[in-house]
Design a protein around this ligand. Structure first.
Ligand code: RIB
Length: 305
């Protein structure tokens, strides 16, 4: 089964620091690195490395970064025939990672912001050939919602990761087969503060009541909480590892989960596979550079039985 990712492609400019600066503070950084990222491209690489057949639909700029961004996708065996070149800069993410691996990210949308509904209309054949489509929130929102609608009409399974967090119009919820989000994002989407297990359940059920078929709440070291209309609830636990850099961990979970489902794995197995993939990602610096292969994920799971 093939996976289409419609989303962002960024060059991540990563500064390592001991502690994040406070507002108004100037601090010395420890190092600066350039590494391919972008939530869309990270999810595409994660799905491909996990064994999926993946095509990326997105845009890079005409700046020197485009080459490294396309190469990283090629090297992971992601099909790049859906990637356009838009005059100007590629998407960039200015990332600061502290000693505990936690990051802050400022996006500069560049070419990602120029991906229009018309670009998608001209490439609907890519959607016709897909079984699943993965979307995030780093391209114009009207483009994302158009893809969701078109995918639903074509009976292509839709995975939507509303990151960075956004409010979703009620008419869009029924187009979402699988909404994957973290605790911050679910609060923005539902308006429900997640401070207790009961509040978490209320927020998940609110999404299901509004027409989403499946919700996956990612809980970091606590694993994930899956609820679907068909299968009910599945809770999986996480793994504790020393974190070097959490950048791209959520993207890796999503890409690996989609690849696992596309390969026919059962849901619980797919959730564990995705959790292991994201855990392995945090043990290395960078986004795409840190994403593991399917064989590495299986070996990790074997060692943690
Ligand atoms: O989710 C991590 C990603 O967010 C980074 O790679 C960065 O490019 C931003 O899009």
């Amino acid at each position: 089964m093939s996976i289409l990712v419609v989303g962002s492609i960024n060059m991540d400019i990563v500064n390592r620091v001991v502690n994040h600066p406070l507002p108004g503070e100037t601090i010395h950084g420890l190092s600066t690195d350039y590494s391919p990222g972008g939530k869309g491209a990270n999810q595409a690489v994660a799905a491909a490395r996990a064994g999926g057949q993946v095509t990326m639909l997105g845009a890079v700029g005409t700046d020197p970064y485009q080459e490294a961004l396309l190469k990283s996708l090629h090297d992971a065996d992601v099909q790049t025939n859906g990637i356009m070149k838009k005059q100007g800069t590629s998407g960039m993410a200015f990332i600061t990672v502290d000693g505990s691996g936690e990051n802050t990210i400022i996006l500069s949308e560049g070419a990602n912001g120029k991906l229009t509904v018309q670009d998608i209309e001209e490439r609907l054949h890519l959607l016709d050939h897909a079984h699943f489509v993965l979307l995030q929130n780093e391209i114009p929102v009207e483009t994302t919602f158009y893809v969701l609608e078109q995918a639903k009409q074509r009976k292509v399974g839709t995975f939507f990761n509303p990151a960075p967090a956004l409010q979703i119009p009620v008419e869009i919820f029924p187009f979402i087969d699988c909404l994957i989000l973290n605790e911050t994002e679910i609060e923005v989407v539902t308006g429900i503060r997640i401070r207790t297990e009961a509040a978490m359940e209320e927020a998940v059920q609110w999404l299901i009541a509004h027409g989403v078929s499946t919700v996956i709440l990612t809980l970091g070291e606590q694993g994930s909480y899956y609820v679907s209309k068909e299968e009910g609830a599945i809770r999986t636990s996480g793994f504790i590892v020393p974190a070097v850099d959490t950048t791209g961990a959520g993207d890796t979970f999503i890409g690996a989960f989609a690849a696992a489902k596309a390969s026919g794995k059962k849901t619980r197995e797919s959730l564990l596979f995705a959790t292991a993939a994201s855990v392995l990602t945090v043990t290395k610096p960078g986004a795409q550079n840190a994403i593991p292969l399917g064989t590495e994920i299986e070996a990790f799971l074997e060692g943690h039985k």
